[in-house]
Design a protein around this ligand. Structure first.
Ligand SMILES: *Cc1c(COP(=O)(O)O)cnc(C)c1O
Length: 219
């Protein structure tokens, strides 16, 4: 079932759009089925999930951190976890970027990061205000052990994906604007947005990473 779900979605995705399988609350067995189906990247919300999963799955996939960084910062900054992650998608402050840089320097790794954007300008949500994204990237881009590679957003919690379209569109405009600034030491390539109920609209609006959980694991 899971394998078929994965294959169906992979077949739907246009070339150049990457799938991140979001594994929160899923069993190791289900995650392994998804990998058999062709999943190449796992999205991790809770670092504690790595303790049992990484020894089993290891480098069969890439690992993206997509959790709430300020809640999990203590664990996220541990060397053993930084060694595992191939990308941190939810960097939402200059301070976090600086701490990541320092810790990554100590393990001689350059960590690809995305800047999380609060595109709905929702007071309770994490993410950088859209108006501040360029300044944040300018400030963190000289750091040697992180590399800004794009933007990520959750978007407001709205069921109807058509009502999310304006937010995705604004993200794409921001993404293009940031890319065209050509800030040194950045490589603005990835726009991560869209989940189970919204990934089609997100792709239409320019996403090239979609983060999907429910649709893969529950059909
Ligand atoms: C849970 C989650 C997703 C996937 O949500 P689904 O609706 O299950 O596809 C994507 N991104 C983040 C950051 C999440 O926490």
């Amino acid at each position: 079932m899971i394998r078929e779900n994965v294959q169906k979605i992979l077949n739907e995705l246009p070339r150049g759009v990457d799938l991140v399988a979001v594994i929160k609350g899923r069993s190791t067995e289900d995650i392994l089925s998804a990998i058999e189906g062709g999943v190449k990247v796992l999205g991790v919300n809770y670092i504690k999930d790595l303790r049992s999963l990484f020894p089993v799955i290891d480098r069969k996939v890439s690992w993206h951190y997509i959790g709430i960084a300020k809640v999990e910062k203590h664990d996220l900054l541990r060397k053993r976890y930084l060694e595992i992650f191939d990308m941190i998608e939810t960097v939402d402050s200059v301070d976090l970027a600086k701490e990541l840089d320092k810790r990554c320097a100590s393990i001689e790794k350059v960590m690809p990061i995305l800047i999380e954007v609060n595109i709905g300008r929702e007071p309770q949500k994490s993410g950088v205000d859209p108006d501040d994204v360029a300044d944040v990237i300018r400030e963190v881009s000289p750091l040697k052990c992180i590399k800004v590679m794009g933007l990520m957003t959750m978007g407001p919690l709205i069921d109807n994906p058509e009502r999310l379209r304006p937010y995705f569109r604004e993200m794409k405009q921001l993404f293009d604007y940031i890319r065209d600034l050509q800030i040194p030491n950045t490589e603005i390539r990835y726009l991560s947005m869209g989940m189970s109920n919204s990934y089609k609209v997100a792709i239409e609006e320019g996403a090239n990473i979609v983060r999907i959980g429910t649709r893969l694991f529950e059909g």
